[in-house]
Design a protein around this ligand. Structure first.
Ligand SMILES: CC(C)(COP(=O)(O)OP(=O)(O)OC[C@H]1O[C@@H](n2cnc3c(N)ncnc32)[C@H](O)[C@@H]1OP(=O)(O)O)[C@@H](O)C(=O)NCCC(=O)NCCS
Length: 150
């Protein structure tokens, strides 16, 4: 299930992600098992059909207080109806339950729908910018949300 919807996302929106359809389609079963073990994957459903996906990833160090929101995707037929916002809310709720203090993500310049969704749900720019690994002429920016009350 994870492999199918993730490959569908990479195929439908190749510019939105740091990885490619070709790369991930070639990955062995162990790659997908490791991803399930390393991250929490949340799916949005319309009946029995998965229409959205997002991952919450804990960086590989034991005292992490910051989780990363990654791999966000909503089926084009279901966009603009709040599915993305529901997935962000689910990640934030889960991160809070885990005791995380921050959730961060990166968004590529020009992905305005995604950026507005993240800003609407409380993420703010950190000012940290870097070239995207697979296409260094495109920049991505890190946004962060604090779960800790000021
Ligand atoms: C970014 C994304 C997850 C948003 O999902 P969503 O379910 O449409 O989210 P929302 O319903 O909360 O709406 C997000 C915005 O898209 C707008 N929108 C409306 N209809 C839309 C449509 N048919 N297609 C795309 N966006 C639409 C909404 O109005 C909203 O814009 P606003 O914030 O300026 O008002 C989705 O567009 C997507 O999967 N994009 C491709 C993958 C991607 O970019 N992932 C993020 C990587 S960082």
């Amino acid at each position: 299930m994870l492999r199918a919807i993730r490959l569908h996302a990479l195929d439908a929106d190749p510019d939105a992600f740091g990885s490619t359809f070709e790369d991930e389609r070639a990955r062995p079963e162990s790659f997908w098992r490791d991803r399930i073990a390393d991250s929490v994957w949340l799916l949005a459903w319309a009946g029995r059909q998965p229409v959205g996906i997002v991952a919450a990833v804990a960086p590989p160090f034991p005292t992490s207080v910051e989780l990363q929101l990654d791999a966000m995707w909503v089926d084009p037929a279901w966009r603009g109806q709040g599915v993305g916002e529901a997935l962000v809310d689910a990640v934030l709720a889960w991160a809070g339950e885990q005791g995380a203090e921050f959730v961060s993500l990166t968004v590529v310049d020009g992905n305005d729908h995604a950026r507005r969704l993240y800003e609407r749900t409380g993420f703010r720019s950190t000012g940290e910018r870097e070239p995207r690994l697979r296409s260094p002429c495109h920049m991505r920016e890190r946004l962060r949300l604090s779960l800790v009350s000021a």
